[in-house]
Ligand binder design. Structure first.
Ligand code: SAM
Length: 287
């Protein structure tokens, strides 16, 4: 099969199957061969790898992945794309297409079944409307992962890798940086997709830590503290944590924990590093 990821082949496939793009599924297909090969290169996919692809679309990136990997498992929610994928990827025998919602499927069981529980690589041009739940699910549900290389909205990629004191810093930055080492590997213009998205895009690679370098006694509790701090990010940290129903902490214990950390009583959550959040949550956890 010739390359799918160019304007001519993509339009031919779309008209052959009378396919209608579904905005609700975040369907923006890549039509730039350079971008597609760069993504697979940046993910460093080798013949030893099992790759999970989220949202294969008509198979533009899947094709590159099938050529590079040992095994590819592609999870696609849109059932009208399944017969198309069966044809476009017909020549590959290392592909498994699963017609499911990625947010409902048990990815840990998939890694177990197809890779004996060894770490997989996740590579995808993500549906942007569910970027955060997908990334959080991959990290929090104990899926054995080596790295995640994904196209996301540029603004979200920036949020994932920034540190304290910037407007983009928030719960997503802290979660991504707790579980992995992120770096943006490519910026991609709307021209490289059909239909063109209204926003700029970027590919970010997250190398998952075997053991998070920052330790917290209870990471679930730490993320409750982090969420509370950023749910009311204009308030002081003391007030944001005090107002959180999820935490039910009293003002005195929060103030005393913040003092113990050597921080100002009027500090805001956006000024704290991941390490400071870990220490703060350890102190509050004891209480
Ligand atoms: N990989 C293709 C490409 O690069 O051209 C398509 C990427 S497109 C941005 C996102 C894809 O994710 C679409 O094929 C869409 O149908 C699929 N998708 C959307 N929501 C999904 C979900 N919850 N589970 C699995 N796939 C989903």
């Amino acid at each position: 099969m010739a390359d799918i990821g160019n304007p001519k082949s993509t339009m031919e496939i779309i008209s052959k199957y009378n396919f209608n793009f579904k905005k609700d599924f975040g369907q923006n297909f890549l039509i730039d061969g350079n971008v597609l090969s760069r993504i697979v290169e940046c993910a460093e996919v080798t013949g030893d790898d099992t790759v999970i692809e989220i949202g294969p679309g008509i198979g533009s990136m899947t094709q590159y992945l099938c050529r590079a990997a040992k095994h590819v498992i592609a999870i696609e929610i849109d059932k009208t794309l399944i017969p198309i994928l069966e044809e476009t990827l017909g020549e590959y025998d290392n592909i498994q297409i699963i017609n499911e919602d990625v947010l409902k499927v048990d990815l840990k069981a998939i890694a177990e079944e197809y890779n004996g529980g060894r770490p997989v690589k996740v590579v995808a041009n993500l549906p942007y409307y569910i970027t955060t739940p997908i990334i959080m699910g991959l990290f929090e549900k104990d899926v054995p992962i080596d790295s995640i290389t994904v196209m996301v909205q540029k603004e979200v990629a920036d949020r994932m890798q920034v540190g304290p004191g910037t407007k983009d810093y928030g719960a997503l930055s802290l979660a991504v940086q707790f579980y992995s080492k992120p770096h943006i590997v490519l910026n991609v213009s709307p021209e490289c997709f059909v239909p063109k998205p209204k926003v700029g895009s970027a590919v970010i690679r997250m190398d998952k830590y075997d053991e998070p370098p920052i330790k917290a006694q209870d990471s679930k509790f730490m993320f409750k503290v982090i969420r509370a701090a950023f749910n009311q990010r204009r308030k002081t940290l003391v007030n944001a944590l005090k107002n959180s129903a999820e935490l039910s902490l009293d003002k005195e214990s929060i103030e005393s924990a913040i003092r113990e950390l050597g921080l100002s009583p009027t500090v805001r959550g956006e000024a704290l590093t991941l390490e400071e959040f870990a220490r703060l949550s350890d102190i509050l956890y004891k209480e």
